[in-house]
Design a protein around this ligand. Structure first.
Ligand SMILES: Nc1nc2c(c(=O)[nH]1)N[C@H]1C(S)=C(S)[C@@H](COP(=O)(O)OP(=O)(O)OC[C@H]3O[C@@H](n4cnc5c(N)ncnc54)[C@H](O)[C@@H]3O)O[C@H]1N2
Ligand code: MOO
Length: 401
């Protein structure tokens, strides 16, 4: 009998996103703008004013009414700086005006000072033809009052926060942060700072995931290293009832001391997925007393790839984010690929003169090549590649936030 087919990446993502939509995190809180970076909007941001709020000058120069201009020089009747409220333009004159200053009532054109000559008597001659509305930033040009500027579910970054600030928002209604409990499994693991005993390795997944989850806006509970004991595993999981997700690493393949799996089976449900991803084949998805559980493979590069491609989008979708997949683009392969694989490979790679160059060490156990990499290059299952063929490149920077 042939082994069951591996689950394609798209199918795994699709299933996880459906699970995320079935368990949305909907609570919201009002948060000061300065503390809102990386968070998700719980309500649309609706403009309470026009932007700009009034017509203003795009240039340092002179504001005038075109009908007043016959080709003769005009006297300057006022000077208007940004931040001032000008009076109406006196007929038959122009106003000295600076960038960002409000246009005086009655003016319908601004000419930049480079096209103006100030005569000895102070009057100004315009040297080029003038056009109506030239160099005027119109009221409401960017945003009209009442318009939705950012949709619910928008992930806020510096640019969105700047936009909210330009509309005068001091606080925003945000989804609360997801609470994630992080578990490591493996008797070989100890935490950095302690001496390494025989057979032991330092726990790197915990540090990697904690930092990454926090960047993604989560509150992380460190649930430590799961003991190799059924009773203790049961007790430890039982303590994690106030979280939105239990995320574990290790112990998901075919190991014998799979206490996590056993406890999940008796007090929840558990599915063992075999994904067509390399690195990252085994993934556990289930529930423990109603709390979603995702178990990532323990190999550090497998943890990284499955978190980036599956868990991060899952968490964002639980917050109602629509676009959860990282931006990716096609680049020419700087390498050949002769052996078609049954799993889709995500190679740790850099761009060299626009071509994707994989690191020579693609071992699932290795993090160093990921620290070197700028992104992941996708080699699809069953594919061979010649140098120059297009491959998808996903920048790590797209996924690390
Ligand atoms: N007979 C089979 N063996 C394995 C299979 C398989 O299908 N049949 N799959 C391989 C693949 S692919 C992967 S990926 C791993 C997945 O292993 P587990 O998730 O069960 O993880 P462990 O066995 O606990 O650990 C794997 C590896 O990673 C190291 N590790 C684990 N946790 C951490 C951590 N927190 N920090 C640093 N390193 C960690 C661990 O020491 C092991 O070296 O299974 C393959 N085997
Ligand atoms: O999925 Mo595993 O990461 O290939 O070693």
């Amino acid at each position: 009998m042939s082994p069951p087919a591996l689950m394609p990446v798209e199918a795994a993502l699709e299933r996880l996103l459906r699970l995320a939509e079935a368990a949305p995190i909907e609570d919201s809180e009002r948060v000061a703008l300065e503390a809102a970076d990386g968070r998700v909007l719980a309500e649309p941001l609706v403009a309470g004013l026009d932007l700009p709020p009034w017509p203003n000058s795009a240039m340092d120069g002179y504001a005038l009414r075109l009908a007043d201009w016959t080709g003769e020089p005009l006297a300057v009747s006022q000077r208007i700086f940004a931040g001032q409220a000008p009076g109406p333009l006196q007929p038959g004159t122009c106003a000295r005006i600076f960038t960002g200053a409000p246009l005086p009532e009655g003016a319908d054109c601004v000419e930049m000072q480079e096209n103006a000559e100030v005569l000895a008597d102070g009057r100004v001659r315009f040297t080029e033809a003038l056009r109506p509305r030239r160099n005027i930033r119109e009221q409401g040009h960017e945003v009209r009052r009442g318009e939705t500027v950012l949709a619910v579910g928008t992930r806020l970054g510096p640019i969105e926060l700047g936009l909210a600030a330009s509309l005068g928002a001091a606080e925003l209604p945000l989804r609360r942060r997801p609470r994630v409990a992080l578990l490591s499994t493996g008797d070989e693991l100890i935490e950095p700072g302690r001496p390494l005993g025989p057979g032991q390795i330092y726990n790197s997944n915990r540090t990697l995931l904690k930092a990454w989850l926090e960047r993604a806006g989560c509150v992380v509970t460190d649930a430590g290293i799961l003991p190799d004991d059924l009773e203790l595993t049961r007790a430890r999981l039982g303590e994690l009832d106030a979280v939105d997700l239990i995320l574990s690493t290790g112990g998901v393949s075919v190991g014998e001391a799979d206490f996590l799996g056993q406890v999940l089976r008796e007090a929840g449900e558990l599915a063992l997925w075999k994904l067509a991803i390399k690195p990252g084949k085994p993934l556990t998805v289930g529930h423990f007393r109603g709390v979603p559980v995702i178990g990532l493979p323990g190999n550090p590069a497998a943890t990284l790839v499955t978190f980036a491609l599956l868990v991060r989008p899952y968490l964002l979708r639980r917050l109602g984010v629509a676009e959860v997949e990282p931006l990716a683009f096609a680049v020419p392969a700087g390498f050949a690929w002769n052996k078609p694989g049954e799993r889709r490979q995500y190679l740790r790679a850099r761009l060299d003169q626009g071509r994707a160059m994989p690191h020579p060490d693609q071992s699932s156990a290795v993090l160093r090549s990921a620290a070197w990499a700028e992104g992941l290059v996708e080699v699809r299952e069953g594919a061979t590649l010649a140098e120059g063929d297009p491959v998808r490149f996903i920048p790590l920077s797209e996924m690390l936030g």
